[in-house]
Design a protein around this ligand. Structure first.
Ligand code: NAD
Length: 323
């Protein structure tokens, strides 16, 4: 394997030094189809050997399976990684932002993860809760978890960026994770979240740089929420890259990694070849001509986003899923 030198950035005021490519553990829970657990373990080992130190998981992924597997695969390696998990989301429509559930949730996660603490404890997909409950119950519960020594920092995660911003303005948190909002198809997180993150020294975590597979040669799965015109533009962009001898996933990674405002970018990687591909681009630059051509192709659908969560938390320009 070609091992590029890993680059590390500071995750805001947490002071944690995290690898620019982070390990997304959702596929370990067979979240997107069955996987070979032995291959998943090899992917985790390969990631650590390549210098990836940020690992993101949640009880929701595979309805606890991803945490269980990650806990097993990190056995004996816990101290060499920065571990982040979540609370409040337990199923597709199963949310519980109550204090009681969150205080129990951390203990269940720690048991599955075979550890006594996580570095980052996040309220998962905050747009599915009322801001009132997230601010008055969920975040204070996470702060209690920190006081109890079971987590070091508190974060929020979600899709609508304006809602994340509103919450971050009002709450004492350390990190914000957003997905599909900073990549070749959508840069809303840069406009909406980066200025606040800089001002408050919040760590920014960028998930789904491949726009949940839209920016790959495989294309999107059936459940993908993006409107048809976004999927079509992404497929056109992938074909254009292919014709130029470039894998669009490489270009997509180069594009996001170049932005230093995001400490780490999370990619789902249950396969060794995905780890290798995503690590090999670290420290390389996108071909500016090809990048400009791709940006021209996707221009008509840039920043098209979909409704996610409670209607009151939608971004102002959100459209129906798969519309
Ligand atoms: P993604 O869109 O970047 O990747 C999607 C899929 O592409 C992966 O699951 C994998 O199957 C495939 N892939 C990975 N590398 C590839 C490559 N080089 N070439 C071709 N295909 C490749 O990211 P994602 O999986 O949607 O998200 C990454 C992680 O971020 C998740 O595992 C999760 O940990 C986190 N996340 C969190 C939230 C949240 O908190 N609300 C939401 C989304 C993602």
């Amino acid at each position: 394997m070609v091992v590029a030198e890993m680059i590390y950035r500071v995750l805001g005021k947490t002071g944690l030094k995290v690898s620019v490519v982070g390990y997304g553990a959702s596929p370990l829970g067979a979240e997107f189809g069955t996987i070979d657990p032995a291959e998943g373990k090899r992917a985790v080992d390969t990631a650590i050997a390549a210098g990836i130190n940020y690992f993101d998981v949640a009880p929701y992924y595979g309805r606890t399976l991803a945490e269980t597997r990650l806990g097993e695969f990190l056995e004996g390696k816990r101290k060499s990684v920065v571990l982040a998990t979540k609370c409040a989301r337990y199923d597709v429509k199963g949310f519980d932002f109550s204090q009681k559930r969150i205080l129990a949730s951390i203990d269940e996660s720690l048991k599955r993860l075979r550890t006594d603490w996580v570095e980052v404890f996040q309220v998962h997909d905050v747009e599915y809760g009322t801001n009132k409950q997230v601010l008055e119950e969920a975040i204070p519960a996470c702060q209690k978890v920190v006081k109890a020594g079971k987590a070091r920092f508190v974060g929020i995660t979600g899709y609508p960026v304006h809602n994340l911003k509103r919450l971050a303005e009002q709450a004492e948190i350390d990190t914000i994770l957003t997905y599909c909002r900073y990549n070749l198809l959508d840069t809303a997180a840069e406009e909406v979240l980066v200025p606040l993150a800089k001002e408050r020294k919040l760590g920014l975590i960028n998930a789904s740089p491949l726009h949940m597979r839209a920016l790959t040669n495989t294309g999107v799965p059936e459940w993908h929420p993006a409107p048809g015109r976004v999927v079509e533009a992404a497929a056109k962009a992938a074909a254009h890259c292919k014709a130029r001898g470039v894998d669009i996933a490489d270009l997509a990674m180069q594009f996001v990694l170049a932005n230093e405002a995001f400490a780490t970018t999370l990619v789902g990687m249950s396969k060794v070849r995905h780890v290798e591909s995503n690590v090999k681009v670290v420290g390389t630059k996108a071909d500016p001509k090809l990048l400009a051509e791709i940006q021209e192709i996707v221009k008509p659908v840039m920043n098209v986003c979909w409704r996610e969560g409670l209607p009151e938390n939608d971004d102002p320009n959100a459209v129906d899923k798969r519309s």
